[in-house]
Design a protein around this ligand. Structure first.
Ligand SMILES: Nc1nc2c(ncn2[C@@H]2O[C@H](COP(=O)(O)OP(=O)(O)OP(=O)(O)O)[C@@H](O)[C@H]2O)c(=O)[nH]1
Ligand SMILES: [Mg+2]
Length: 367
């Protein structure tokens, strides 16, 4: 399963435009709200020079780069948690993603309707964040009465802890504290994992600015307000002109160059944005090379060898025995896995080994 990133925001802020720029797809975009109803879903390949090097060296039959799945979700409006706008099924779409790109409209364009009448980035951010918090609160408030009796009687310690944690999180949400703002222990994170809380997901704000603002993004008043808000809340900010990026995707190399020149711009970058998403979400890459197949895989920084095995297949995780590991740079220096083995350069690691970016891994498992 690739990692999934959901693109969210108010209606008509450029989510599908950004999605098209990222995936080179042709999802419908239009200047009226609620153009997107069913999510558009597409994979985006993460370019990686190390894979190119490995491939030149190992000459595998098949090379599979790693990808992130982007999901362009319908616009949310005030009251979405209660079914306003196109309802809370969209909140459910967000529940299944690993991370969120929150697109905020910063471009001026009279031809494109703003659901709240004017551009006001912080107000818009707040509308979405309140909906996400209310959606989480609603889940907790449905769960609490179901476990309350047992929890108070203390018949099941785990359940009592869950109950107390949920009450604590609910109090936070009522005071506008998203779940990600709490420092939670691994045990607590594991306890609440099945809920898929929206305000626990890692998030990036994407300021969608106009073409004419690309020359000086920093002094853009809306962008600087978002950066300030992001700084206060530990949320990273990326600035992009989705319209321009999506157009760039349709041009060939020479046309792109000419077009950028007329705008007096250097290379703009969807791939830069992709890399930023990768970094900002703490994603890293490991490689596997088996049966003549070379493959890159995305994992979250801090994942153990066992968790990484599970990215490939649940059987690998269930029957995990050990991981045989070598750094990609070392393998490139030595030339092939057989020789690396002869030289004793392949380490044997157990299930709790923390996988490092650039590890080449052979998983040994037994099911
Ligand atoms: N001027 C300008 N227009 C943009 C920009 N990005 C998107 N738009 C326009 O804004 C309108 C809405 O874009 P969409 O990508 O359809 O927006 P969305 O957020 O997916 O909208 P819904 O699916 O309706 O929620 C379209 O007419 C786009 O062409 C931009 O950077 N500048
Ligand atoms: Mg859309």
């Amino acid at each position: 399963m690739p990692l999934t990133v959901g693109i969210i925001g108010l209606p008509n802020v450029g989510k599908s435009t950004l999605y098209n720029a990222l995936t080179q797809a042709d999802a419908l975009t239009a200047n009226y709200p609620f153009t997107t109803i069913e999510p558009n879903v597409g994979n985006v390949i993460i370019p990686d020079e190390r894979l190119t090097h490995l491939s030149a060296l190992l000459k595998p039959e098949k090379v599979t780069p790693t990808a992130i799945e982007f999901s362009d979700i319908a616009g949310l409006v005030k009251g979405a948690h209660k079914g306003e706008g196109l309802g809370n099924q969209f909140l459910a779409h967000i529940r299944s993603v690993d991370a969120i790109l929150h697109v905020v409209r910063c471009f001026d364009d009279d031809q494109v309707t703003h659901v709240d009448g004017n551009i006001d980035a912080l107000r818009d951010i707040e509308v979405i964040e309140i909906e996400l918090m209310l959606a989480d609160l609603e889940i907790i408030e449905k769960r609490i009465p179901k476990i309350e009796k047992k929890a108070i009687l203390n018949v099941d310690l785990q359940l009592t802890k869950e109950f107390e944690l949920l009450k604590f999180l609910a109090d936070g949400l009522k005071s506008s504290i998203p779940i990600r703002k709490h420092t939670l222990t691994d045990f607590e994170l594991e306890t609440i994992k099945p809920y898929g809380f929206l305000t626990l997901k890692p998030i990036i704000y994407v300021c969608n600015i106009g073409e004419s603002d690309l020359h000086d993004t920093i002094s853009h008043p809306e962008v600087s307000r978002i950066i300030e808000h992001g700084r206060n809340n530990g949320i990273k900010v990326f600035t992009i002109c989705a319209d321009l990026e999506s157009l760039m995707g349709t041009l060939d190399e020479e046309e792109r160059h000419l077009y950028l020149e007329t705008l007096d711009l250097h290379e703009t970058g969807v791939s830069e944005m992709l890399k930023a998403v990768y970094d900002l979400l703490d994603l890293e890459t490991f490689f596997t090379s088996e049966n003549n197949k070379l493959r890159a895989w995305t994992f979250k920084k801090g994942y153990t060898a066992k968790q990484c095995a599970g990215i490939i297949h649940s059987d690998f995780e269930r029957g995990f025995i050990r991981a045989e590991v070598i750094k990609v740079d070392e393998l490139i220096k030595i030339g092939n896995l057989g020789e690396a083995k002869n030289l004793g350069k392949i380490r044997s690691e157990g299930k709790s080994y923390l996988v490092q970016d650039g590890d080449v891994i052979v998983f040994r498992f037994n099911v």
